[in-house]
Design a protein around this ligand. Structure first.
Ligand SMILES: NC(=O)c1ccc[n+]([C@@H]2O[C@H](COP(=O)([O-])OP(=O)(O)OC[C@H]3O[C@@H](n4cnc5c(N)ncnc54)[C@H](OP(=O)(O)O)[C@@H]3O)[C@@H](O)[C@H]2O)c1
Length: 221
């Protein structure tokens, strides 16, 4: 809540716009209803939706916490699906909208030590690509943003900040946004920020799964 309040103040003073926030645990089953109650009270329509909230429960599948994994499925799959379903009709009314679904390089690469996370991110990309096709000839554009390791609180929360991946292949969040923003405004289907991530995904498509499995295991050490 403090973080949101701080961001509200920063944005309002820097850009002289009115900013509202909703503090909500998004894995609870009525999260979308709670959000819509607020939107209705404020009488606002939505032009931009960024499905960004996410986290990782990393480790060998037999060692990870099942409750956390179920929450991850709730957040990355159920919540994203429900919220997008409720927001898109608003955008259809105006024939304008931008939806950004934050996937990951893991959307392309089934990742040992990150099995559930990468599977949920594969769902996000598949869902996003399909919607892109449905709205292609309209003013609504759906973008799948697939970053790799990025210097946020994400790695420390998942206790993977000391892995090779986060030591040597990490991007600044500002760079990710600077690359992604113009592309999503143009309505691009897919944004993969950074040359390292582009190469990783290119090779993951042509290399056998056994090789990408070994690479992923090495990078997560
Ligand atoms: N950083 C990376 O290396 C990386 C790489 C690929 C993809 N991604 C994806 O990028 C997105 C943004 O992550 P980030 O890197 O910015 O990580 P972050 O710094 O940890 O931010 C994640 C945000 O999601 C919110 N969140 C997480 N679980 C939530 C829940 N159950 N209910 C409500 N809010 C919740 C967090 O709120 P609190 O602050 O209250 O916890 C935080 O604002 C995620 O979808 C992640 O999977 C990140």
């Amino acid at each position: 809540m403090e973080k949101l309040k701080r961001q509200q103040n920063d944005l309002q003073s820097q850009y002289h716009v009115s900013v509202k926030y909703i503090a909500c645990e998004l894995t609870q089953s009525n999260a979308v209803d709670l959000i819509f109650e607020k939107l209705n009270n404020w009488q606002v329509s939505v032009d931009f939706l960024v499905n960004n909230a996410g986290f990782n429960e990393c480790g060998l599948f037999t060692d990870t916490d099942m409750e956390q994994e179920m929450k991850m499925i709730d957040l990355h799959i159920r919540f994203v699906t429900q919220l997008t379903k409720r927001i898109l009709p608003m955008m259809k009314k105006n024939n304008y909208g931008r939806v950004v679904n934050v996937g990951s390089t893991g959307s392309f690469i089934p990742s040992p030590s990150d099995a559930v996370y990468s599977a949920t991110k594969a769902y996000i990309m598949s869902f996003s690509n399909a919607l892109y096709g449905e709205f292609k000839r309209t003013g609504i554009k759906i973008t799948s943003l697939c970053p790799g390791a990025t210097e946020t609180e994400f790695a420390a929360k998942a206790n993977i900040q000391d892995t090779l991946l986060f030591k040597y292949a990490v991007m600044k969040p500002d760079s990710v946004v600077e690359i992604a923003y113009p592309k999503l405004m143009k309505g691009k289907r897919l944004v993969i920020p950074g040359i390292y991530n582009k190469l990783l995904i290119f090779f993951s498509k042509i290399l056998p799964v056994g090789v990408t499995n070994s690479l992923t295991i090495t990078m997560m050490k």
